[in-house]
Design a protein around this ligand. Sequence first.
Ligand SMILES: [Zn+2]
Ligand SMILES: [Zn+2]
Length: 181
Amino acid sequence: MQEYRISHNDLPPEGKVFFVVEPAVWTTPLREFHIDCRIDVPLKARIHVFPADNGWLVRGTLQGRIIVPCSRCAEDAVVPIDAHFENFEAISDQDENAFPPVDNETDACVVWEGNVPMLDLAAVCWEEFVLALPVTPLCREDCKGLCATCGANLNEESCTCKNEVDDPRMAKLRGLIVHNG
Ligand SMILES: [Zn+2]
Ligand SMILES: [Zn+2]
């Protein structure tokens, strides 16, 4: 994978726009973290980086489309990604004599090359991607999910299981049976 590290020396005072489109920027960490996610429409990031005294202001967009398992039925859920972000990536204060910095809490987007802090645009792209992931992706708005008893995909078939947990009388009865058993 190409390196996407930039230092303050790479930037004019008014900042500069970078484009990141290399799939490996996302597919490498997806594999590394064993995340079940396929890229459907290639992701592309446009990032305007402004230099600041103690870091960088990054402002940009991330667009594309991914396929992840539906949170109810585990079938494919197609999810458009259209994120707009603006962050400050800070260079943390550190002991001038200690490289790499002692402070491990430093932002993963800022890396040190010798005594030069560099902004890692690939890390920015990954961070924004993770933030853009839906918490409960759905294959469709009204996904019926799986039957809790037999596992049938209720979008495709109906089953004869009696999942009547919503009926308080039935729940009570089941409780009694469990107690007696
Ligand atoms: Zn579903
Ligand atoms: Zn069933």
